[in-house]
Ligand binder design. Structure first.
Ligand code: PGA
Length: 277
């Protein structure tokens, strides 16, 4: 992209993205760099991202590891690329060793935070209730949560996948306040078995689940807020060749990309694939 206007105009654009009162028609590309890059490599990749033109109609959110957030955020300062954290604490400031609060994450320039990723559920025993509390903390601090849900292989094999995902989402959305102005809730449907090196899911599987997810969002927030403040994305082995097949702009509004987001070549091709009609 390289900047088509002043810094302040870009900042306004970032802030106003979901406040214009109409449905969100923009597509979302979330890059989840996971724990793949040390801070210098993260900065180098951010520099290459910053030099890449983002096609019209696409929002990019980059989620580096916590240690690289500040430096990566500086690289994106005069661009439309937004910063996200890979996790956020469910607690406020205090005696919570190793956690990073939503307030701190917001103050470092993040607009988004991933919550409930299946790797955190598996490796750290995080529950739907934890994801709900993290979502609450994010919303309270003007962050837009990217809530990850998805069934395991055995759930799909036993045909319980729709039930499992609906239950996850209902638990996370329970008693949640609606997103505020300039905020959104992103639901990332990531079947656990589809995350690389597994997957991908078929587009039909993804659209089936996106229909269920949309209905749960409408039940929780009503149609107006769902249309204006909620996006559903698909994640799990997304690559430049398959990216477009998962997105229709109606039910699925973007992608969460892990492995194929950590080189600038696959990022550029992924954006190209996403913008192709
Ligand atoms: P993947 O990861 O694109 O490498 O499958 C996606 C994710 O786990 O967010």
């Amino acid at each position: 992209m390289r900047r088509s206007g002043t810094t302040s105009r870009l900042k306004d654009k970032k802030a106003d993205r979901v406040t214009d009162g109409s449905a969100i028609h923009r597509l979302l590309y979330v890059a989840n760099w996971k724990m793949n890059l040390d801070p210098p490599s993260s900065e180098r990749l951010a520099e290459a991202y910053a030099k890449t033109e983002v096609p019209n109609g696409i929002d990019v959110v980059v989620c580096p590891s916590h240690t690289a957030l500040a430096a990566v955020g500086r690289r994106f300062r005069d661009t439309t690329v937004m910063l996200g954290a890979q996790d956020v604490s469910m607690y406020g400031p205090g005696a919570h060793t190793g956690d990073v609060s939503a307030g701190d994450i917001r103050s470092i320039g993040c607009r988004y935070a991933i919550v409930g990723h299946s790797e955190r559920r598996r490796e750290h025993g995080e529950s739907d209730e934890d994801a709900r509390r993290k979502t609450l903390a994010a919303l309270a601090h003007h962050l837009s949560p990217i809530v990850c849900i998805g069934e395991k292989q055995q759930d799909r094999a036993s045909r319980r996948h729709v039930f499992v995902v609906m239950r996850q989402l209902q638990q996370v959305l329970h008693n949640l306040p609606p997103p505020r102005t300039a905020q959104e809730i992103v639901i990332a449907y990531e079947p656990v078995w589809a995350i690389s090196p597994g997957g991908p899911a078929s587009p039909e599987d993804a659209f089936e689940m996106a229909t269920v997810i949309r209905q749960s969002l409408v039940d929780a927030f009503g149609e107006r807020i769902t249309d204006r403040h909620c996006r559903v994305v698909y994640g799990g082995s997304v690559d430049p060749d398959n990216v477009r097949s998962f997105v229709d702009g109606e039910l699925i509004h973007g992608v969460l990309v892990g492995r194929e987001s950590i080189t600038v070549q696959s990022y550029r091709e992924g954006l190209k694939g996403l913008s192709r009609h």
